[in-house]
Design a protein around this ligand. Structure first.
Ligand SMILES: *[C@@H]1O[C@H](CO)[C@@H](O)[C@H](O)[C@H]1NC(C)=O
Ligand SMILES: *[C@@H]1O[C@H](CO)[C@@H](O)[C@H](O)[C@H]1NC(C)=O
Ligand SMILES: *[C@@H]1O[C@H](CO)[C@@H](O)[C@H](O)[C@H]1NC(C)=O
Length: 442
């Protein structure tokens, strides 16, 4: 017989109090920033009550990434394509570029001494924003070599506590940079530096090996991630974690990356043996033909691949043979993934029939604007003119690119650089944070 029997009502109240207290103090459920103890339930899955709304508002006050420095800048208008707001953005960018103090290695080493402070100061979201996201962890392989602040802003933009992040720092990066990256990663259980670091030489095999090192480490982690995305230091997401989860679910086990029949010109990249020193150079030695029976395809370094794909490429002898064969080719990152994704038997791949050609614009992995055919899209151009600058024929996005960019289906875009246009990055940060908390557009 329970002690409560003759004081039924009081007992009920006590139980209720106990449950509430447990909920409030349970670390995973507590949104510790909020002034009233809003629980995860208040944000999750279609809760549209007044309380839910007020919880979101409280949380947004604390976690908003809009800064005072933005003055009369209106990112909402910029993203909607308002030409006055865009003009103001470009003006402000020229001014703030001179006065904005970027966080450097020393500062990161300082603020990460206290990880709790670091996460609060940099406004990390440390609880899963929905059950759906919690049940669908994503892995990231982040290959970087410089610009600590940009790395940390990218990490913050894609960060969710249920995901897992492997960071490959170039072996030849500055010591201070490596230390700062380690300091940042050590503040999170789910962010780590790759166990093996490569000296990355542009267009050489080492770029692929960096991703492979992360893939190997990620497979060994306890997190049962579903998909792997890779990023470099100049990428930035165009979608919230919730949107990424939904997009990956629609892939239904398939991978999504550029994979097309190579031009005559690109075929020379694997015709001869390439030599790698500080740079990569072509030799006169002709290579043996490819060891696999399916054709070679070209694409880019960026992929969205399933966990099964990653497991398979480490286990399958035919894939291992092909990997060995591409090691001395030019820019193997641009044909290895593209070819594996059309190779029969590879999980998530597509047939090599030309019906399955996938351009970079139709794949979901990365939005890149090449300079070759920018212009009026109503007159056949690939995309509108870049409003930032070009680097190696690739657009470094400016504020005026956002309206078009954020309408694309790609999960991430390349390239961004705070020295070219910090307002553009700022506005995406503000937009994504708003959308993460309110689930609708800024
Ligand atoms: C930006 O402009 C919209 C109107 O398009 C307005 O509702 C919003 O309050 C403005 N935001 C800021 C931060 O000024
Ligand atoms: C980082 O910035 C601080 C403050 O602006 C400056 O004193 C310091 O010299 C900088 N450190 C490095 C490594 O650039
Ligand atoms: C380092 O952090 C301390 C507080 O933790 C602060 O007082 C100091 O100004 C910081 N130094 C720099 C260079 O940011």
């Amino acid at each position: 017989m329970s002690v409560c029997d003759f004081k039924q009502f009081r007992c009920f109240q006590l139980q209720k109090l106990l449950i509430l207290t447990l909920l409030t103090f349970s670390t995973t459920f507590l949104i510790k920033y909020a002034s009233i103890p809003c629980t995860l339930k208040d944000f999750q899955d279609g809760e549209d009550s007044t309380r839910s709304q007020s919880c979101r508002e409280d949380l947004y006050k604390v976690l908003s990434l809009r800064t005072k420095e933005k003055g009369d800048l209106n990112c909402s208008k910029i993203i909607k394509g308002d030409s006055d707001a865009v003009k103001r953005g470009h003006q402000l960018n020229a001014v703030t570029k001179k006065i904005t103090v970027h966080l450097n290695e020393t500062m990161y080493l300082n603020i990460t001494n206290d990880c709790h402070y670091f996460k609060e100061f940099r406004k990390y979201i440390t609880v899963p924003m929905s059950k759906e996201e919690e049940d669908f962890p994503i892995a990231y392989s982040m290959v970087i070599h410089k610009n600590i602040e940009m790395f940390e802003r990218l990490l913050r933009a894609v960060y969710a506590p249920q995901n897992i992040y492997c960071v490959h720092v170039d072996e030849k990066s500055k010591k201070k940079f490596k230390e700062a990256v380690r300091a940042i990663t050590s503040c999170f259980d789910n962010v780590f530096v790759a166990s093996k670091l490569e000296r990355v030489v542009y267009a050489s095999w080492s770029r692929v090996q960096a991703d492979l090192n992360c893939m190997d480490d990620l497979l060994r982690s306890n997190v049962q991630w579903r998909y792997l995305l890779n990023t470099c230091g100049t990428d930035f997401p165009l979608k919230t974690n919730a949107e990424i989860v939904r997009a990956l679910k629609t892939l239904n086990g398939k991978n999504s990356l550029e994979s097309e029949t190579p031009s005559q010109h690109k075929q020379s990249r694997w015709k001869y043996h390439f030599e790698v020193g500080d740079h990569i150079s072509e030799t006169a030695t002709e290579k043996e033909p490819s060891p696999i029976s399916s054709p070679i395809f070209t694409g880019n370094a960026y992929f969205i691949v399933s966990r099964d794909f990653v497991k398979y490429i480490f286990e399958e002898p035919q894939v291992q043979k092909f990997i060995d064969w591409v090691k001395d080719t030019y820019s193997p990152d641009e044909h290895l993934w593209a070819t594996l994704n059309r190779m029969p038997g590879v999980p998530g791949s597509s047939p090599y029939s030309n019906k399955y050609e996938l351009s970079d614009m139709n794949a979901m992995a990365r939005m890149v604007k090449w300079s070759y055919n920018e212009g009026d899209i109503t007159k056949g151009a690939d995309y509108p003119i870049c409003t930032g600058t070009h680097r190696r024929a690739v657009c470094v996005y400016g504020t005026g690119d956002l309206n078009w960019l954020l309408k694309q289906h790609h999960l991430l875009a390349n390239k961004f650089d705070p020295d070219v246009d910090d307002v553009a990055i700022n506005c995406i940060e503000e937009y994504l944070r708003y959308k993460t908390l309110y689930r609708n557009d800024l």
